[in-house]
Ligand binder design. Structure first.
Ligand code: HEC
Length: 732
């Protein structure tokens, strides 16, 4: 036990370091929407193509190209990125003549270094509005299919080496006399294999980007590479140390064990930091932690058992004692492995459809089947063979041989599970592989003349949701247009109107982006032109807005690193799972605790287990910790506030929640689950909770976070509107 303390300290330090450095690795960044939109027909040449992807972009290897129908590039300059919206990239284009253009994009995955590419077309119409000649070009998209088999095999071998090394270090710390001399060859083998696998990964990464010349990019210009580097350093250090020690076995100084433990921890960390769990965007800290715990527990159990068998062979008379010690550790590891694995799986499988019909799903089911076999073997060893072997004090050679054969089977099954897990890390998980969102385009350009000014307004994509309004104004130079405001009215009804200033993007151009079309139907967009020498003008454009689902550009990274990464479980569920786990641990180990600390210890373990169970049940059923419960509403529910809320609701919320709040808006069918009926729900939730939901969104339901777009005051106005309209207990 005294040796375990420094080991634990080293492990904790490294876990902390992983969490600090591992900052959101990206999975597969796919196209969510584009501006101009996919398949758009434009009246005028765009000046820039902007793509919104589903994940944050790794800038060094993400790019956009625009090709005309002859395959000539029409983009100029480098691909540009936005600090404000990290999922966005774009490129400026030359003036585009009427014709069909193909946009080709490429992104690099931080998880496995695989690139993803895709393409779509848009066209610039002839001056008379007719479709242009030409067609999109066929691009050879080197979209990575299932991974090259060799990648998976190497990954599996590398992970196996990691597990054996960690297990050998664990057993060295656990047993006395130290079995290090017997385990050193195993460690050396694991390190050599680990070095070979890391070398392969590094070179394969460079080849995937082009050729071996990209080696530097792989190692020094990506987060994946940062971890590859750490692994190189750790393994080379271990190789040097082991070579030096192998030449003079004998006793084991503690510093050596500590350094080996550090190597094991870095190796573990580098495997978890570039896992799927690290790639989920918001909540990535938990994703990484669950993956790290899962892998560490698996290594100590399976690798430990393999090392145990080796040390027992070298030191047969300590067998019973060694097996007894190890069985305590393994009994601790199995529940941790299960709980962390369950949480990781829930993160990667947002809904059950994700398992069906994908390679990842098939590998996941294979892993579950192998796991069942592994648990059967482990249970036979722990509950049948070990007690009988211990009772016979090792004097029954047939039993001892059968026991050792079964333990070897357990190791083999464990390594098989680990190999399948390695394949899983090479496949895009259901959480990371979202299909490209279908996007319609309804772009309109209307030109209106008022007095001495001609103004044209382009609305793109002119669908419910996020839009871009671009106004081009032509005014006499002695009285130019100084500022332009856009006013949105819905079907001439009292909803709105909302007036928003547009940003000047050129001498005669103004632009506004936002989600000001909240409902399908007829909208009037009024351009209010502020002029230098008076004569302000208003010019209105009517447009029919259809619904067409679009991903919000804010959707990719909401909630931050510590947000709950699960869609199927809230924090109470996660707490309950760990409380159950502690209860199970206390009960499973009660006989041991009683043996060691007497009947009182046994009672304490029983009480601890009961307490864990009660906590779990309370968490699951009773106590619901809602976000925002303690927030007080600072905005009085005045008529004005409710009215402002009503306008905001019609513009932003009715598209999903329906005009009457019944959850039947036109977008409701596009969501994973329809919104709740406010009349039923609002009375049950205090203002602060409604505010928190509106501000931060509700994960996994399609309810977006509004804090990026609406001010605090506006969100409280919405709460006041909801309370006044849907809570019958409130006097109107
Ligand atoms: C893209 C569709 C969409 C939009 C737009 C949207 N919501 Fe939601 N909202 C949902 C979904 C889905 C849920 C979750 C289902 C549920 O539990 O009600 C939800 C839940 C809520 C809840 C919690 C209801 C409860 O009691 O469970 C509130 C409050 C809410 N939304 C308010 C708003 C407000 C205010 C706006 C506008 C600023 C808005 N929503 C815009 C889809 C949307």
């Amino acid at each position: 036990m005294r040796r375990a303390a420094p080991l634990a300290a080293v492990l904790l330090t490294v876990v902390a370091a992983v969490l600090l450095i591992a900052r959101d690795a990206d999975a597969h960044a796919l196209l969510a929407r584009a501006d101009p939109p996919i398949n758009a027909s434009l009246r005028e040449s765009p000046t820039r193509i902007t793509l919104f992807m589903t994940e944050q972009l790794q800038r060094s290897h993400s790019s956009v190209q625009v090709l005309d129908s002859n395959g000539q590039r029409r983009d100029i300059g480098e691909t540009e990125f936005s600090d404000a919206v990290p999922t966005q990239m774009g490129v400026r284009v030359l003036r585009l003549d009427p014709g069909v253009y193909t946009v080709v994009w490429e992104t690099l995955s931080e998880v496995d270094g695989h690139t993803w590419t895709g393409s779509y077309v848009f066209s610039v119409l002839n001056p008379d509005g007719s479709a242009p000649a030409g067609s999109g070009v066929v691009v050879d998209l080197d979209r990575p299919g299932p991974p090259v088999a060799a990648d998976s095999v190497v990954k599996a071998i590398g992970l196996g080496a990691l597990v054996l090394f960690v297990g050998a270090v664990g057993i060295t710390a656990l047993l006395r006399p130290s079995p290090l001399p017997a385990l050193m060859p195993l460690m050396a083998l694991a390190v050599v294999v680990g070095l070979a696998a890391t070398g392969y990964e590094t070179i394969a990464g460079a080849l995937r980007l082009g050729d071996i010349g990209f080696l530097g990019d792989v190692l020094f210009d990506s987060r994946n590479g940062l971890w590859l580097q750490q692994r190189w350093y750790a393994l080379i250090l271990a190789a040097l140390l082991l070579t030096w020690r192998l030449s003079r076995p004998s006793s084991t100084p503690r510093p050596l064990l500590l350094i080996l433990a550090l190597v094991a921890a870095v190796w573990l960390a580098s495997a978890s930091a570039i896992s799927h769990g690290a790639a989920i965007g918001s909540g990535w800290i938990w994703g990484t932690l669950f993956d790290a715990l899962h892998l560490a527990a698996a290594s100590v159990w399976i690798g430990g058992l393999a090392a145990l068998l080796l040390s027992v062979r070298a030191n047969p008379d300590r067998r019973i004692d060694a097996v007894r010690r190890f069985s305590v550790v393994a009994a601790l590891m199995v529940p941790v492995l299960l709980a962390a694995g369950l949480l990781s799986a829930l993160i990667q499988i947002p809904d059950i459809d994700g398992i069906a019909g994908t390679d990842w799903g098939a590998a996941f089911i294979a892993k579950l089947i192998l796991l069942c076999l592994l648990f059967a073997a482990a249970a036979a060893n722990a509950f049948l063979l070990r007690p009988r072997d211990a009772a016979a004090s090792g004097s029954d050679p047939i039993l001892a041989r059968r026991f050792s054969r079964m333990m070897r089977a357990e190791v083999a099954l464990g390594l098989a599970v680990i190999a399948v897990s390695a394949v899983l890390t090479q496949l895009p998980s259901p959480a990371s592989a979202q299909p490209e969102v279908e996007q319609k385009d309804n772009t309109v350009v209307e030109t209106v003349a008022r007095g001495d000014v001609v103004a044209s307004l382009e609305i793109s994509p002119n669908l419910v949701g996020f839009n871009t309004w671009t106004a081009a104004v032509d005014a006499p130079s002695n009285n130019p247009v100084e500022a332009l405001l856009l006013r949105f009215r819905y079907q001439d009804r009292s909803v709105g109107p909302v007036t928003v200033p547009a940003t000047r993007i050129a001498e005669d151009r103004f632009q506004l982006e936002g989600a000001y079309f909240g409902l399908p139907g007829e909208w009037t967009v009024e351009m209010e032109l502020r002029r230098a020498a008076g004569d302000d003008l208003v010019a209105g454009v009517r447009t029919g807005v259809e619904s067409g689902f679009q991903a919000s550009p804010f959707a990719a990274d909401r909630g931050g690193a510590l947000a709950l990464p699960l869609t199927q479980m809230d924090w109470n569920g996660v707490g309950a799972l760990w409380a159950f786990l502690l209860a199970a641990l206390a009960w499973i180990n009660r006989p041991r605790i009683r043996r060691r600390w007497g009947p009182r210890g046994g009672d304490a373990a029983f009480a601890g287990g009961l307490l864990g169970l009660i906590v779990a049940v309370v968490l699951l059923t009773g106590l619901h910790v809602e976000p925002g419960r303690t927030l007080a509403n600072p905005v009085l529910r005045t008529e004005q506030s409710v009215e402002r809320g009503a306008a905001l609701f019609a513009r932003n919320c009715a598209s999903c929640h329906g005009e009457q709040g019944a959850g039947d808006g036109p977008l409701a069918d596009t969501l994973p689950a329809p919104p709740a009926n406010f009349t039923v729900h609002v009375p049950f939730h205090p203002d602060g909770v409604l505010f928190a939901w509106i501000s931060d969104g509700i994960r996994g339901t399609g309810m977006p976070a509004w804090s990026p777009q609406l001010s605090d005051q506006e969100r409280w106005d919405l709460v006041n509107f909801l309370r006044a309209s849907f809570d019958v207990s409130v006097a109107q």
